[in-house]
Design a protein around this ligand. Structure first.
Ligand code: SAM
Ligand code: FES
Length: 351
């Protein structure tokens, strides 16, 4: 039955909420293997064996929010806070461009110091110096007016994980001043403005169930994002979820395959969190259906200060080392890093 549903999904890219739940709660090892193989065919049809890369610049670890899972949330007194200057950010882009990155992702906590004016100035400076590159922002929930300003300044994409499509679960993961409605409003505004939008969630976050995961998959099917980032939840020792269980490799790989089957042209990263819970996590992620990698371009001096979870990998490496290491890792699974902006292929533009 699960196998039939997986085959149906590969053809129609559409299932009901109940069917997703049935798959999630009844799948066997054989079903996982089938999902992986079907997903691999879809990835190849759209993207061949090419893997897109984004240079991730973690430009501030100040945050006004208190997300319960997150290592850099405002209550964490252990964190040494930092902000990069515009010049430092541009230096990261310069190094990244030389290494072959054609997308820069500016990610940070929700830091009030970075007003719309400052963000606009930074985006404009990057687009002016690197007109061949895409700029992605990942700086949380803002008003529609703010998002419009960033878009007009030249930002191309925006990553805002929805975290969970189940409202009660959302409330368990976040303090009460953050609302599910506002998160959804943000994602819709970003799409309406014209951004390429990325949503996503953590696999195995506290309180997650087959039912809530089914809602995540159904939400993605209906919302049709351009990108979707998922990675295992990994506890961070000074958060209230310190003692919770981390998300599993098997679940994450299976969900990566499901995402690929739901939307064959989706841009799906094999995340750093996946590489953290297993030495070959990112390679396995690519084999399961992912087609994007987002290595760190932040200066090595600040990397150990952007610890969302414990044991994060690649916090000591130089950017050049990261690129070379990933290139070797990809070759080991028959994939190849591309020098490309890496926009999503149009739904029918299969290779
Ligand atoms: N402030 C922006 C936002 O909230 O969208 C961007 C930064 S936020 C740290 C990026 C993502 O990190 C979150 O969307 C969350 O899914 C992920 N994350 C945070 N804590 C994590 C943890 N303990 N384990 C795995 N992923 C985590
Ligand atoms: Fe703001 Fe994590 S709580 S970035």
């Amino acid at each position: 039955k699960v196998a039939d549903l997986l085959r149906q999904l590969q053809k129609t890219h559409h299932l009901s909420l109940e069917e997703y739940e049935l798959i999630l709660s009844n799948r066997t090892k054989e079903d996982e293997e089938l999902a992986k193989n079907l997903a691999k065919d879809c990835t190849e049809e759209y993207y061949g064996n090419g893997v897109y890369t984004r240079g991730l610049i973690e430009f501030t670890n100040y945050c006004k929010n208190g997300c319960h899972y997150c290592g850099i949330q405002r209550e964490n007194q252990e964190v040494e806070r930092y902000r990069l200057t515009k010049e430092e950010i541009l230096d990261c882009c310069r190094e990244g461009h030389q290494l072959g990155f054609r997308t820069f992702v500016l990610q940070g906590g929700e830091d009030p110091y970075f007003t719309d004016e400052r963000i606009v100035e930074i985006v404009k400076a990057i687009k002016e110096e690197f007109p061949d590159c895409a700029v992605t922002l990942s700086i949380g929930e803002k008003s529609k007016e703010s998002y419009e300003k960033y878009f007009q300044a030249g930002a191309d994409r925006y990553l805002l994980r929805h975290e969970t499509a189940d409202e009660a679960h959302y409330q368990k993961l976040h303090p009460k001043e953050l609302s599910f409605q506002n998160r959804m409003r943000c994602l819709q505004d970003l799409k309406d403005i014209g951004f390429q939008v990325g949503c996503g969630f953590m696999v195995g976050s506290p309180g997650q169930s087959s039912k809530s995961l089914a809602k995540d998959l159904y939400f993605i099917q209906e919302f049709k994002p351009d990108m979707c980032g998922i990675g295992p939840f990994i506890p961070q020792h000074s958060t209230i979820f310190a003692k919770e269980k981390q998300g599993s490799l098997e679940d994450t790989l299976f969900l990566l395959s499901m995402l690929r089957l739901i939307q064959p042209n989706l841009l799906i990263p094999a995340t750093t969190a996946l590489g953290t819970i297993d030495k070959r996590g990112r390679e396995l992620g690519i084999l399961a259906g992912a087609n994007v990698l987002m290595p760190n371009l932040s200066p090595t001096a600040v990397r150990k200060k952007y610890l969302l979870y414990d044991n994060k990998i690649c916090t000591g490496d130089e950017a050049a080392q990261c690129r070379a290491c990933l290139s070797r890792r990809m070759e080991s699974v028959g994939a190849k890093l591309l020098v490309d902006r890496g926009d999503a292929k149009k739904a029918k533009e299969a290779r």
